[in-house]
Write a protein that binds this ligand. Structure first.
Ligand code: GLC
Length: 567
């Protein structure tokens, strides 16, 4: 099979997606290139594999093996040749011995598949049947399916991803109500379920847009993940025809219409209620949470690459460009915290009026929590959890920071600083299980006020400082993007020492993440898929392109806050 059949020609001929994502070769010129990949590939693919710059010899050898493996991979990829029940291509296409956990993980991932009228359309959140109460873990969650989708794409099995994208698009088209209130047209579900009627032999879908969810939380992240996944599918298969269908174009526009609508906002960030993303319970993440802002930024960039510049598309493209400029400026300036910045805030004057104010949000230095002074390394930095009037949530959130790196919301310098921070605060952020969803935990009185006494979110558990194996794939992707394979390997080794033995828990508890989470599900699909994606990314860094966007040179980086602070 040649590249044309694989759709590579399509990738090359489509300007918006290939140009937007092309790697800047000049950046790589002065670095050693250990990979000698003979096969003729598209420019896009070639430059992505060169990301393994500066990696250890072991890594480089793997890369070379992969280059041979890629040919095998192509043979296996013949249309209709592979089914979702086949053995993983990734473990067969390399000559080195795969970790025994990989095969176990693939089996578990395939067991979690959900079928609709005979077609795989997603994976259930958790397979554990022994649980006394299943809650909604038997549903296909949009956010949970992302690592499953990436694993299937990396393994050359895009059909399930396509089915999922189309099914969720149909759900978006439903009229959605909560009590007497009609939700926005663009809203995507948090999750859906297939109901099998064995007597009538029919399958029907039910979806949850927040109307059944605990706390009735709105899944703001679902639409963003949907767009991000559509790009990953397009990038990985080279099949532009799906994204270009009028249905997908409309689906994107509806999501964008919701988040680009004008309101009373004074900031370009997206205003949210608590619990509207992976942290789907009250956790003080209302306002402008970093997770949503980073996903918003990434989804906008993906949509920009996928939208057709026709009459309707063009209008959205223009709005996206304007918003991206303002959003990146705002985030890079006001959410960024490093040693220097912390010192500046510590010395802030308050009650400043007019546009000359330095302390624009009137943050009172006394509100800086003690822990942050110890936590902040001399070298390193991160995007803090939230910024709004007189409120800076200094907590570290893993997902938002990793997505900031992957989407290039973080400048290259900021990306390096985030990795430096992870390295120097390894015990706090990674400990014995990669990795903490948020740091630090909130306790006592603060826990009572912020969570509403939530017994699931006690200190160092679940969303309140728990350690989530699913986050491994994002950490590994960030490591590869920033050229830190040694961190990636360290994290994977930690995960390998526990995950299978503990039966793939949803999360771990404790300051170091040593204990299987109090109410953690076992056989949690995104823990399984996250591990596979992490392994495949490290094995073949060219996969990174489907979930990463290079820096947009148009968006001038703002590195020094002090320089921009007064303008
Ligand atoms: C929990 C998590 C949420 C996840 C869901 C299904 O509610 O907080 O992020 O999507 O479980 O796994």
């Amino acid at each position: 099979m040649d590249g044309t059949q694989l759709g590579l020609r399509n990738v090359g001929s489509h300007c918006s997606i290939s140009e937007a994502d092309d790697y800047d070769l000049s950046r790589l010129l002065d670095k050693p290139r250990p990979l000698n990949i003979e096969r003729k590939r598209s420019f896009d693919e070639r430059s992505l594999s060169e990301l393994s710059i500066g990696l250890s010899p072991r890594f480089a050898t793997r890369g070379a093996e992969n280059s041979r493996g890629l040919e095998n991979f192509e043979n296996m990829c013949s249309p209709g040749g592979r089914s979702v029940l086949d053995t993983p291509a990734s473990s067969t296409r390399n000559s080195f011995e795969p970790h025994p956990m990989v095969a176990e993980a693939w089996d578990a991932l395939r067991r979690s598949l959900v079928f609709f009228r005979g077609q795989p359309v997603g994976t259930i959140a958790a397979y554990e049947h022994s649980a006394e109460e299943v809650s909604n873990y038997d549903q296909v969650f949009v956010r949970d399916f992302v690592p499953s989708a990436l694993a299937f794409l990396m393994n050359g099995e895009p059909d399930i991803v396509k089915n999922f994208l189309l099914k969720t698009l149909l759900l978006q088209g439903w009229e959605k109500r909560i009590d007497r209130f009609k939700l926005g047209e663009g809203a995507m579900p948090a999750s859906f379920k297939v109901l099998h009627d064995p007597i009538r032999k029919t399958d029907t879908l039910i979806a949850d847009f927040g109307e059944s969810a605990i706390g009735r939380v709105a899944p703001v992240d679902s639409g963003f993940w949907w767009i991000i996944l559509l790009r990953a599918y397009t990038k990985s298969t080279g099949d532009l025809s799906l994204a270009e269908t009028p249905e997908c174009q409309k689906g994107m526009r509806l999501i964008l219409a919701l988040c680009l609508s004008e309101g009373f906002d004074t900031f370009p960030t997206l205003l949210c209620a608590d619990g509207c993303s992976m942290v789907d319970r009250r956790m003080g993440v209302y306002g402008y949470p970093i997770e949503i802002q980073a996903l918003f930024f990434m989804a906008l960039r993906c949509a920009l690459a996928l939208l057709k510049p026709d009459a309707e598309g063009k209008e959205f493209m223009d709005r996206i460009v304007t918003r991206l400029h303002a959003l990146s400026y705002h985030m890079r300036s006001y959410f960024w915290l490093d040693f220097q910045q912390l010192n500046d805030i510590y010395r802030y004057k308050t009650e400043e009026y007019s546009h000359t104010a330095v302390n624009k949000f009137n943050v009172i230095p006394d509100s800086i929590p003690d822990w942050v002074f110890d936590f902040m390394p001399t070298k390193g930095g991160y995007f803090i959890g939230n910024v709004s009037p007189a409120r800076m949530d200094f907590r570290w959130f893993c997902l938002g920071n990793c997505v900031a790196i992957l989407s290039s919301l973080a400048t290259p310098e900021q990306s390096v600083a985030i990795m430096d921070l992870i390295e120097s605060r390894w015990e706090e952020l990674v400990g014995e299980m990669p990795m903490k969803i948020a740091y630090p935990a909130i306790e006592s009185h603060e826990w009572r006020i912020v969570t509403g006494c939530d017994p699931k979110n006690t200190r160092w558990s679940y969303h309140n400082g728990g350690s989530w194996p699913v986050l491994l794939w994002m950490l590994i992707a960030a490591c590869i993007k920033t050229g830190r394979p040694q961190i990636a390997r360290r994290a994977i080794e930690l995960a390998e020492s526990r995950l299978l033995k503990d039966n793939w828990p949803e999360y771990y508890d404790g300051k170091l993440g040593r204990y299987v989470g109090k109410q953690a599900r076992k056989l949690q699909t995104w823990s399984i898929a996250g591990y596979l994606v992490a392994k495949m990314l490290l094995e073949d860094p060219s996969h990174l392109g489907m979930i990463s966007l290079e820096e947009d040179k148009q968006m001038k980086p703002l590195i020094k806050r002090s320089a921009s602070w007064n303008c």
